[in-house]
Write a protein that binds this ligand. Structure first.
Ligand code: GSH
Length: 321
């Protein structure tokens, strides 16, 4: 039995869940409290989520790509990594690169979108059971939103999205990937591998970011993702996707125009394509409660004056079918 320590909406967790299901391994999910992570403190490995504890071998390991490699090496049936060494290394490098770029950028922009459009759902994600679910009730969730929003903004630097050129870096990375998939169908070796599973999972938060979900050059990429979700029986939509969509339907608009980006303008950004990686990079910054009050303006600026303006709501092609 594999114990999976998880935040149920995390795209890195979905990667591991998908791998466990693909390999038909018996597993059990353990929801952790994001602020304390005390459920997993007993394990002597970096305290990021996902983390697995294999009760058969006693191994505890975090970081989604090493977890998948461990599962493939320990339980070789239904392999996710190619056996040929060159393809295996290619798939591994894809995974680490996507974890270090797409996964981090998509997280930043997904949460940014939630903060701009419906920050009240943050307490449903982070505090569903605190004080018997008090913070999921109408007035309380509105009070919790700026606190949670400020914490997340400082932890993942959403207020620096523009300076860090997050939209630009993602666009520069994803357009060639979409073209490659149109041509080859898969990232490595002409068959489904852990590299494709990584890409499809880590793209998830971008489904709520109109700049990407409606991007003319990325429609084939989201269609490819949809096909994989159907073929592998993955959730069609995560709860945050449904919640933000309901909000958009109600108000008839969405935050969709990134004011500083011009269509068809090529910007030189380092997508890290050339480097060989040993481990995935992360971008979690430690924060303390004393930073919350001085950090509030960064949250308010992101929420109201982040430079992403309202446009009429239109469901993305993959939602409307
Ligand atoms: N490279 C890691 C990234 C994992 C990661 O950053 N997980 C986030 C959740 S999406 C986390 O542990 N957050 C806890 C925190 O911010 O303290 C992986 O692939 O598993």
């Amino acid at each position: 039995m594999i114990d999976l320590y998880k935040l149920h909406w995390s795209h890195y967790v979905e990667k591991v869940r998908w791998a466990l299901d693909f390999k038909r391994l018996p597993w059990r999910g353990i929801d952790i409290v994001a602020f304390t992570k005390k459920e997993m403190q007993r394990f002597d490995c970096p305290q990021t989520v996902p983390l697995i504890h294999d009760t058969a071998t006693g191994v505890a390991i975090s970081d989604s790509s090493p977890i998948i490699r461990y599962l493939d090496e320990t339980y070789p049936e239904l392999a996710l990594l190619p056996s040929h060494p060159v393809e295996r290394e290619a798939a591994w490098q894809w995974m680490l690169r996507l974890d270090s770029t797409l996964g981090l950028h998509a997280r930043r922009l997904g949460y940014t979108q939630v903060i701009m459009e419906c920050p009240n759902i943050l307490s449903k994600l982070f505090m569903p059971n605190v004080c018997g679910g008090l913070f999921t009730r109408p007035v309380w969730r509105a009070l919790a939103a700026p606190v949670l929003g400020t914490m997340l903004t400082l932890r993942f630097r959403f207020h620096r999205n523009r300076e860090d050129r997050v939209y630009e870096a993602l666009e520069a990375q994803l357009i060639p990937i979409a073209a490659q998939l149109e041509r080859d169908g898969f990232l490595v070796g002409g068959r489904f591998t852990a590299a494709d599973l990584t890409l499809a999972s880590l793209l998830r938060p971008l489904r709520i970011v109109p700049h990407f979900a409606h991007h003319p050059q990325l429609q084939s990429l989201f269609a490819w993702q949809e096909r994989l979700f159907r073929a592998h029986d993955r959730d069609a939509a995560f709860p945050y996707e449904e919640l933000i969509q309901a909000q958009r339907q109600r108000c008839g608009s969405m935050r969709g125009r990134v004011s500083w980006m011009r269509p068809n303008t090529k910007v030189a950004v380092d997508t890290g394509e050339q480097r060989t990686l040993q481990v995935a990079r992360n971008d979690i910054h430690s924060i303390s409660r004393w930073m919350l009050l001085p950090g509030l303006p960064a949250y308010l600026k992101l929420r109201w004056f982040g430079g992403v303006s309202r446009v009429r709501y239109m469901p993305a092609a993959f939602v409307s079918g």
